[in-house]
Design a protein around this ligand. Structure first.
Ligand SMILES: *Cc1c(COP(=O)(O)O)cnc(C)c1O
Length: 448
């Protein structure tokens, strides 16, 4: 399998992998050698795992009546407030222990809204994690602000708090920590730095529904928290998102901004309207989301138990380093990730490890790459707007600074990631993941 650069690419590949495997288990295509149990599947042995993996997302017939009620009512949009959207907002806030929630069209629009409301403006800088889905970069650029990257801690895959302060300039307005793969960032030092420098904290919790840090849920730890309900996510509805927060004024502003700037609550703006746009969610989407809360809670526990099992077993294999989370925190694993050291596998390159693992019936990928070299930042800083907003010297220095992200480079080059639906399989299937990696480790010399 080729390196998987994007989240959606990953899902596609993982799904294609499962489909291929389902066919594989069907009989005629199965390898003839039953005696190949000890040989790598890539070299003609019998795959450790056959028969596919749980698919994603899932639909339940029991959810249909409430959705049909909305469709038949003709009130599909939530422009006037109330209804399923308001129920969802109340329920989601409660689920996370937040005071308030605003339902959004997507995680992307949640990020744009939150940063705008938190005061990020054209010509500002926002410190964020380079190791993330590309939407985090894009939303900062949409606000005509510069995404300045903290380094990534290779042990946690999240923003290294120790690298933040050196990136602060007089233009810095906000910090956007990303709880990537559902791994909680170390929020205490991040919040302390933000407080010291008077910066807003907007959490990108778009992969971290119900992740926990020191007794509080990710997304409720900064000023505002952003969530995504896109198809691949743990709480899916095709496209959708939410902002949660405890600050009434900020939340009033989010409500207003996402509803064409109509005044809301105590936030009256300049008369009737303020600047805003339409980033609303539909009632039928909210009806689908609210009915998945219990499922999300149950499945989170299953993923966590299987991830704990994998972590305990995989760390016994030389060259496999499971990810560490901050003390007193609990990850939710949008992808299950670990770091791979080829030196312990007779120099087997990561690409070939991916393929060998895939052949054993375990679809997997490489996570995110160094996306800041993909051209989108070059395009942005060469644009008329950015050249008008930032001194040439700052943009030059910014471009050069991207070379300094050594921790992130290491993570991009060594991570192996497995899609979350595999963590929902029976334990006997999850055991195959360990068995397959152990088999590759034992026989790695035969592949190089
Ligand atoms: C999914 C995701 C987003 C964007 O969410 P959409 O709903 O797809 O717009 C942003 N950040 C991260 C880390 C994500 O995983």
């Amino acid at each position: 399998m080729k390196d998987l650069m994007t989240r959606r690419g990953f899902v596609r590949a993982a799904t294609a992998g499962s489909a291929a495997l389902a066919a594989f288990g069907g009989g005629s295509m199965a390898p003839a050698k039953v005696a190949g149990a000890d040989r790598l599947a890539l070299l003609g042995g019998t795959p450790v795992h056959q028969g596919g993996w749980p698919g994603w997302p899932e639909w339940r017939q029991a959810w249909e009546p409430r959705v049909l009620d909305v469709l038949r009512s003709g009130t599909w949009s939530c422009c006037g407030g109330g209804g399923q959207v308001a129920d969802f907002e109340e329920g989601y806030a409660k689920l996370l222990g937040a005071k308030r929630c605003v339902a959004m069209a997507s995680g992307t629009t949640a990020l744009i809204t939150s940063m705008h409301v938190a005061g990020v403006d054209a010509g500002d800088e926002v410190i964020t994690s380079p190791y993330t889905f590309i939407a985090t970069y894009n939303t900062i650029l949409m606000l005509r602000a510069l995404p300045v990257f903290a380094d990534t801690d290779p042990a946690t895959l999240t923003m290294d708090p120790a690298s933040i302060e050196s990136r602060i300039t007089d233009r810095t307005r906000a910090i956007v920590p990303v709880h990537i793969y559902g791994l909680p960032c170390d929020m205490d030092p991040i919040n302390a730095i933000a407080k010291k420098h008077d910066l807003a904290v907007v959490e990108d919790a778009c992969q971290a529904w119900l992740a926990d840090y020191k007794g509080n849920k990710c997304g409720t730890l900064g000023d505002l928290g952003c969530f995504s309900f896109q198809n691949s996510k743990h709480l899916p509805v095709g496209e959708g998102g939410a902002i949660v927060g405890n600050d009434e004024e900020l939340m009033d502003r989010c409500q207003s901004f996402h509803n064409c700037g109509r005044s809301f609550g105590d936030f009256q703006g300049s008369g009737c309207f303020t600047r805003g746009t339409n980033f609303r969610m539909n009632h039928y989407q909210a009806a689908i989301l609210s009915q998945q809360f219990d499922k999300l809670v149950q499945e989170t526990k299953i993923r966590q138990a299987n991830a704990d099992y994998l972590t305990a077993e995989l760390k016994k294999i030389p060259g496999i380093e499971p990810v560490r989370s901050p003390e007193n925190s609990r990850a939710v694993w949008h992808l299950y990730a670990f770091r791979y050291d080829p030196r312990q596998f007779n120099g087997l390159p990561r690409d070939k490890f991916h393929r060998a693992l895939d052949a054993e019936g375990i679809p997997n990928g490489g996570g995110y790459s160094e996306q800041y070299f993909d051209g989108l930042l070059d395009e942005a800083i060469a644009s008329r707007g950015f050249k008008r907003l930032f001194p040439a010297e700052r943009l030059k220095q910014y471009r050069e600074s991207l070379e300094e992200l050594q921790g992130n480079r290491q993570v991009c080059e060594t991570t192996v990631a497995i899609f979350h639906s595999l963590l929902l399989a029976d334990r006997s299937d999850v055991e195959h993941i360990v068995e397959a990696i152990r088999r590759i480790h034992t026989h790695s010399a035969a592949l190089v």
